[in-house]
Ligand binder design. Sequence first.
Ligand code: DX5
Ligand code: ZN
Length: 213
Amino acid sequence: MSKKILIAPSILGADYGRLNESLKELESFSDWFHVDVMDGNFVKNLTIGACVVAGIKTKLPLDCHLMINNPHLYIEDFAKAGASSITIHAEASRHLPEDITKIKELGCRAGVSISPDTSVDAIAKVLPMVDMVLIMSVRPGFGGQSFMPEVLEKVKWLREHFPDLDIEIDGGINDKTAPLAIEAGANILVAGSYILKNENPEEAANKLRNAGK
Ligand code: DX5
Ligand code: ZN
């Protein structure tokens, strides 16, 4: 049986001056909130740290995507700040299995992510350990970029070999690309611009949720 589709709006496009209010407006039609954490080093953009995550008031799970170097230094901070899942990049971690173990020991769901140019070989040894794989369908760093269809091969391979794994896809997801991602086997769709910049965010989220039907 195929897995339920979950919609995770990325808060990257939210109004940080009224973050809790703007998340409240999305809550009823979202499953998770996707929190993009960037360090201005692993990626050429700088966003938020664990203290902002700690200030988020929501009943939805916070899905923290760490686009940062040396993630082991910050995993505990994000766990304490209330992250439900913590995803780290294979390209950024120097001790991937240990970092994944640490995330799990802190009681969070553990995810590993690969950028478009990274092959699944880079995460082979942690695949049996993780709760989720996040396939980047744009180069990490900025919202509003175009979807890279070539990453779908990785999604297909993962779904074929790990039927129960949560596979999240992030970057350029909209009503045209969501059906392709779901068809390939992704079950968690992150969407920034498509939902947050839409005149009707609820309709946009529902379109994504039903994109595979
Ligand atoms: C990019 C981030 C994404 C991004 C998605 O590095 O990881 O989560 O915010 O934004 P859209 O949906 O606009 O591509
Ligand atoms: Zn992200």
